[in-house]
Design a protein around this ligand. Structure first.
Ligand SMILES: [Zn+2]
Length: 255
């Protein structure tokens, strides 16, 4: 997970159709709050708005075609999902928690709440999970103050994930055992086996190139090529850049 910098200006579909739909949903909640909370009434979210192609393309560019959680490249193998950071329909504080309705319905069409995610991270791991440090501070309607919430999951458009999560080899860990890094890794499956395996393949190649890049005397041109390859591997656009940066910072020692 690395920082995501989205364009400041939201795509027009959000500021026009999205804004209108938000206003209608908020008015409906004000009128039927008890029904929404009891699950007798639910919102019908319009994926043609939040999943609009202009939003997807903007997120693909901002995130370098990578999942905002696991940093896997997406669109060469899948379409990718436009994912809500705060879940729109319902939420759970933790795995054992019952599903609470409604979710953050008023953020369904908010630019700040949207990211591009791979299907595994979105559908198998994140689902409706959204833990807070203090669950009693949760905003449960559009009238509540979101700023009072302290989410445990790292928001890569606000926080720098690399301050919270580092890697030992291919395996992510919470820096100094910080709770937000730990909750993000566990809750979102960032240390799932298949993802670790995929990162390990990459790590192994980088380690070999690192030895070649630092060879003294250098092999020409192989050592130069290796240096160039490593320089590209730590750019934001590179797959698993967070892991690559941590590996190089640690000189490939497993500390
Ligand atoms: Zn992912």
């Amino acid at each position: 997970m690395i920082r995501v910098t989205k364009p400041r200006q939201a795509p027009a579909v959000l500021t026009t159709r999205g804004k209108k739909k938000r206003r209608a949903d908020c008015a409906s909640f004000t009128r039927f709050a008890a029904d929404y909370r009891a699950g007798r009434r639910s919102f019908s979210f319009n994926s043609k708005i939040y999943g609009h192609n202009t939003i997807k393309q903007s997120l693909i560019r901002a995130q370098h075609d990578k999942c905002f959680l696991c940093e896997s490249k997406i669109t060469h193998i899948a379409y990718g999902d436009v994912e809500h950071f705060r879940p729109k329909a319902a939420y759970r504080q933790d795995d054992g928690d019952a599903l609470h309705k409604p979710g953050y319905y008023w953020l369904a069409y908010e630019w700040g709440n949207l990211f591009l995610s791979c299907q595994l991270c979105n559908q198998q791991f994140k689902k409706n999970l959204f833990p807070l440090v203090d669950p009693s501070a949760r905003a449960t309607s559009h009238k509540d103050d979101l700023d009072l919430e302290q989410p445990l999951f790292i928001d890569p458009s606000i926080d720098d994930p690399e301050l919270f999560i580092s890697f030992r080899g291919e395996v992510p860990f919470a820096r100094d055992g910080n709770p937000r890094g730990g909750a993000t890794i566990r809750g979102l499956g960032l240390d799932r086996q298949k993802l670790n395996d995929k990162r390990f393949d990459h790590y192994d190649k980088l380690r070999l190139l690192y030895t070649l890049a630092r060879r003294d005397p250098p092999l020409i041109p192989e050592s130069i090529d290796a240096q160039n390859f490593l320089a590209r591997a730590v750019e934001d656009s590179a797959e698993y850049a967070g892991m690559a940066r941590a590996a190089i910072e640690a000189n490939f020692k497993l500390v």
